[in-house]
Design a protein around this ligand. Structure first.
Ligand SMILES: [Zn+2]
Length: 317
């Protein structure tokens, strides 16, 4: 059996999968906010032990551990650098070595979180019928993954940054510092900043009331969904703009790549689900060059576990 860890800014999702790719055990715990990379590595090792226990095996019996991580990955050295949404992780950290030290000598492989999630959908999920694929992960940011002729396309290392496709010249500031990126409208982080700004300027919204009531300190995907269900006008307005931006951004990427299918995942994508998938598909059409023959645009099938399953596939190969 193999363990896969999806390392995120808020949670560490871990699975143990068997030879038939069934999930045999899993564990989910919050990402520690203090103690920097060593504390995060400790929590990851704890999560692997817990998932192994759930699968009925000892951690020593695992054949390998795969990690899907944010930041810049130096796969050969097992290093993760500049993972800005993880605590105090600006520099380099020997993550593979830390996991081996904690769990016993093992094959540890690390790759970009969005690449492994795309690979999982390609091999086992909604993309398995296709040879080329664009994965769009609509969450805190908007990440992308590309598979061409059955292989991930990494470019020179920075390919598939679909969130930073420009949808408006001189548009709003993106979390990346540039202007007019799709993510500046659609990323959950940017959406929250836009909501705060408009709320401060006097526009009514219940978003922040719902946030407080649920004891959260940020606008999670669930809070957006609740506000939409309650008919919150500002939430609906901002998500309308997000849908338009996603439509333009994904269509632009398709105009270049013309892949066989697009898979939509990510925290917001999965939480808002089918109605928003359909809306984004419709928003794509006016921008799509091959508008008479758009490729299938489908929801990710592996859900929340896709990233962790994809990470396990890294060591299973
Ligand atoms: Zn950007």
């Amino acid at each position: 059996m193999w363990a896969g860890i999806d390392l995120g800014g808020t949670k560490i999702q871990t699975v143990v999968i068997g030879p038939d790719h069934e999930v045999e055990g899993e564990s989910r715990r919050p990402t520690p906010h203090e103690g920097g990379p060593p504390a995060v590595a400790d929590a990851m090792a704890g999560a692997v032990r817990e998932a192994a226990r759930a699968a009925g095996i000892k951690p020593e019996a695992l054949a390998g551990i795969g990690v899907g991580s944010p930041g810049i990955i130096h796969a050969r050295r097992g290093v993760v650098a500049s993972a800005r949404n993880l605590p105090d992780w600006a520099g380099e950290f020997q993550l593979a070595r830390a996991l081996s030290d904690a769990l016993g000598p093992k094959r540890v492989r690390i790759d970009n979180d969005v690449n492994v999630a795309t690979a999982a959908e390609y091999e086992l999920g909604a993309g398995r019928a296709y040879r080329s694929l664009l994965g769009v992960f609509w969450g805190t940011g908007v990440g992308g993954g590309i598979i061409l002729r059955g292989r991930p396309w990494l470019g020179r290392g920075a390919a598939a940054e679909i969130g930073h496709v420009v949808v408006k010249l001189d548009g709003p500031r993106c979390p990346c510092g540039r202007r007019g990126c799709m993510e500046a409208y659609a990323g959950r982080g940017a959406l929250e900043a836009r909501a705060r700004h408009r709320h401060k300027k006097g526009q009514h919204t219940d978003l922040f009331k719902i946030m407080e009531k649920r004891g959260r300190d940020r606008l999670t995907s669930g809070i957006w969904a609740r506000a939409l269900d309650a008919g919150d006008k500002l939430a609906a307005e901002l998500l309308d703009e997000a849908v338009e931006a996603l439509g333009a951004g994904v269509a632009s990427a398709l105009n270049v790549l013309d892949v066989e299918a697009v898979v939509l995942g990510g925290g917001l994508g999965l939480r808002l689900g089918e109605p928003y998938r359909a809306r984004i598909e419709e928003a794509m059409l006016p921008h799509l060059f091959a508008s008479d023959d758009p490729p299938p645009f489908v929801l990710a099938e592996l859900g929340d576990l896709g990233g962790a399953i994809g990470a396990a596939l890294l060591v299973e190969r």
